[in-house]
Design a protein. Structure first.
Length: 44
């Protein structure tokens, strides 16, 4: 039987992406810009 660890990898990738948004926000990027950017990335 073969078990995949893909759910763990996708969770780690999502965490890494979320941390990037927080860092951009801390650097002074306005929140509406980050929301628009996130929506555009999610639709692609």
């Amino acid at each position: 039987m073969h078990f995949s660890i893909n759910p763990y990898r996708s969770w780690r990738a999502a965490q890494r992406g979320g941390i990037g948004y927080v860092l951009l926000w801390l650097l002074g990027v306005p929140l509406p810009i980050l929301i628009i950017f996130g929506l555009l990335r999610g639709c692609a």
